[in-house]
Design a protein around this ligand. Structure first.
Ligand SMILES: Nc1ncnc2c1ncn2[C@@H]1O[C@H](COP(=O)(O)OP(=O)(O)OP(=O)(O)O)[C@@H](O)[C@H]1O
Length: 264
């Protein structure tokens, strides 16, 4: 239905979203949260997603990560269009191609750093034979090789988030989605975590998208997307001075009224 091959970039996008719309509730309680989101994530880039509270950032991240299903629109991850996929197929796609990082780390307190990372490799209750080695390499990649046997309670906030990033990395995902990864950290640790995500995104087989309110982390971004009231209102590449699609919500609303954005 949609054309997924319109990118002018040399590298093929790892994630393509076209006209994603999402509604919560029904009848008088219906809220249209996403109103037609188009987004491509290319490998080797850290993209930051910013916008006011309630603008739809977490909802969009959940849909891109195959946790939540859109009402309409298409999503393609690592070349696979999710339209018509069963919940099992979506879960499989998520396991193999998406890594998540959350504000609150989501580590199991009774497991060591190594065991927490190994959990990400546990597919259908079966750990691959090389799981300890892969988990240790992921922890090494985030600078925590000296902490592999430490429990979360003995780690600083910044170290916990590094373990969470190692866990996201361990399965070699195509896309890492991070929801306010620096929100619980002080300035120094927040910047270190964003610098790490920027480093992780340099892998040319991976794209990183991070929701943030933290303006101190903007300098690490290759690209900054702004969302307001369910529309993308800005798409900038700061280092290239490029600003694309910088429309106001009012213009989007006018376009919607003229039929450019279909109602769900
Ligand atoms: N499961 C749900 N049921 C009903 N409404 C929901 C649900 N999830 C989110 N919403 C509503 O959708 C809107 C967007 O929420 P979302 O969490 O995506 O925003 P956000 O931009 O991430 O906000 P914040 O920056 O505060 O985290 C909000 O109005 C929220 O109340």
């Amino acid at each position: 239905m949609n054309d997924f091959s319109t990118s002018a970039s040399v590298a093929e996008p790892l994630l393509v979203a076209r006209q994603i719309k999402k509604v919560f509730g029904t009848g008088a309680g219906e809220v249209q949260v996403l109103k037609g989101i188009d987004l491509d994530l290319k490998p080797g880039e850290l993209t930051l997603l910013m916008g006011p509270s309630g603008s739809g950032k977490t909802t969009l991240l959940s849909i891109l990560g195959c946790i939540l299903t859109q009402n309409s629109g298409e999503l393609e991850i690592a070349g696979r269009n999710t339209t018509g996929m069963s919940p099992e197929e979506m879960a499989d796609l998520r396991r193999h191609h998406i890594g998540f990082v959350f504000q609150s780390y989501n580590l199991f307190p009774t497991l060591t750093a190594l065991e927490n990372v190994m959990l990400a490799l546990d597919v259908r209750d079966q750990l691959p034979a090389d799981a300890p080695h892969r988990a240790a390499s992921a922890l090494n990649a985030v600078g925590l090789s000296h902490r592999i046997n430490t429990y979360p309670s003995k780690l600083s906030g910044g170290e916990k988030q590094r373990v969470a990033i190692a866990r996201a990395l361990a399965g070699s995902p195509s896309v890492i989605l991070a929801d306010e990864p620096t929100a619980a950290l002080d300035s120094e640790n927040g910047q270190a975590v964003m610098a790490l995500l920027a480093e992780v995104s340099r892998d040319t087989s991976r794209a990183v998208l991070a929701v943030t309110h933290d303006h101190r982390t903007l300098k690490y971004a290759d690209r900054i997307i702004r969302i307001e009231d369910g529309f993308i209102v800005g798409d900038e590449r700061p280092s290239q001075g490029e600003i694309v699609n910088h429309n106001s919500v009012g213009e989007h609303a006018a376009a919607a009224a003229n039929g450019s954005h279909d109602h769900v």
